[in-house]
Design a binder for this molecule. Structure first.
Ligand code: AKB
Length: 323
């Protein structure tokens, strides 16, 4: 893992994964993007490329002698429902292009799947690694198809492609965009900015979540693991915390990092949340409440570090500074 290509690098995961990868000795990163302006201070060599343009991606792979790809470009669940054709094109054709180039140039690949691969017929509590995969969103359909495609390329071409099913990711550096789990991030911004938030899922909604530092550490650990340890070539269940929406509100309100900074927010001392479920509730209801990730823990030593309290503290502390 020396010359790395990261697609979708300006997104929520990429903007934290790129600096983390650059801490590894001798690593050179090329970041591929289309029309978006890079965030201020984005490290790495920046190249212009549309992920559905195979020739442009191939030119970058050759130019920088890429050996590993973190293929992160994706439309998420809520945006995918607004434009299912685009979601299929970007998520599936983009992945197929990367996998074909990976075979041709003998690259290693990381590709993220998601809890969106599950659906209403999946057991919702402690969802097993191997289970029913009947998602109801186009995003979820592309995740299931993508998982099978990755496994196919591993079996047919011996391609070293690895994947995890991310839960909702919570971070403060770059906001997420277009996901169903985004309320668990937006609530922190609104707590600090206005002291009130209209939540688009019901208060008793429980979804699997993870603090971004855990997700980044886990992703790099998976890619660093010897190939002999990787037993799953579709995608590994990977879990950290599960909480109700109103439990998060309680945690924020009880946090000394929220209460202690009242003066800075013009006297706002309590976060008030109203619940107005919209179309995203149906998506949330089709996903698991908690995930059994024992196989990832056993095979390559996955372990989360952030619980609800620790994650809330770090989110409030850092957002306070950055806002
Ligand atoms: C979404 O909500 O669409 C994503 C995901 C769980 O993959 N955060």
């Amino acid at each position: 893992m020396k010359n790395i290509l990261v697609t979708g690098a300006f997104g929520q995961i990429g903007s934290e994964l790129v600096p983390a990868l650059l801490k590894k000795k001798g690593v050179k990163i090329v970041v591929a993007h289309d029309k978006r302006q890079p965030p201020a201070g984005m490290p790495g060599i920046i190249e212009l490329a549309d992920i559905t343009d195979g020739a442009a991606i191939e030119r970058i792979i050759k130019k920088y002698k890429i050996d590993t790809v973190f293929h992160l470009v994706s439309l998420l669940s809520a945006t995918g429902e607004q434009n299912p054709n685009l979601a299929w094109d970007v998520n599936m054709n983009g992945l197929k292009i990367i996998l074909d180039l990976a075979v041709k140039y003998k690259l290693r690949v990381f590709w993220p799947s998601s809890i969106a691969a599950f659906g209403p017929t999946t057991p919702r509590d402690k969802t097993p690694q191997e289970t029913v995969l009947e998602p109801t969103t186009m995003y979820g359909v592309t995740k299931v198809a993508g998982e099978l495609l990755c496994q196919y390329y591993f079996k047919k071409y011996n391609l070293d492609v690895r994947s995890v099913r991310y839960p909702g990711l919570i971070s403060w550096k770059t906001p997420p965009g277009g996901g169903t789990t985004d309320y668990a991030v937006a609530i922190f911004y609104e707590a600090l900015k206005t002291g009130s938030y209209e939540c688009f899922v019901k208060k008793d909604t429980i979804l699997p979540m993870m603090y971004m530092d855990d997700a980044i550490r886990g992703t790099i650990k998976l890619m660093d693991a010897p190939a002999s340890k990787i037993k799953i070539r579709t995608s590994y269940n990977m879990a950290a915390i599960s909480f109700r929406a109103d439990e998060l509100v309680k945690e924020i309100n009880n946090s000394p990092f929220f209460k202690g900074s009242t003066a800075k927010r013009g006297g706002i001392s309590v976060l008030k949340v109203t619940y107005k479920p919209d179309h995203r509730q149906k998506i949330a209801d089709s996903w698991p409440r908690s995930i059994n990730d024992s196989q990832a823990r056993r095979d390559w030593g996955w372990k989360h570090d952030f619980d609800l309290a620790k994650m809330t503290k770090v989110m409030l502390k850092n957002l306070q500074k950055s806002l």
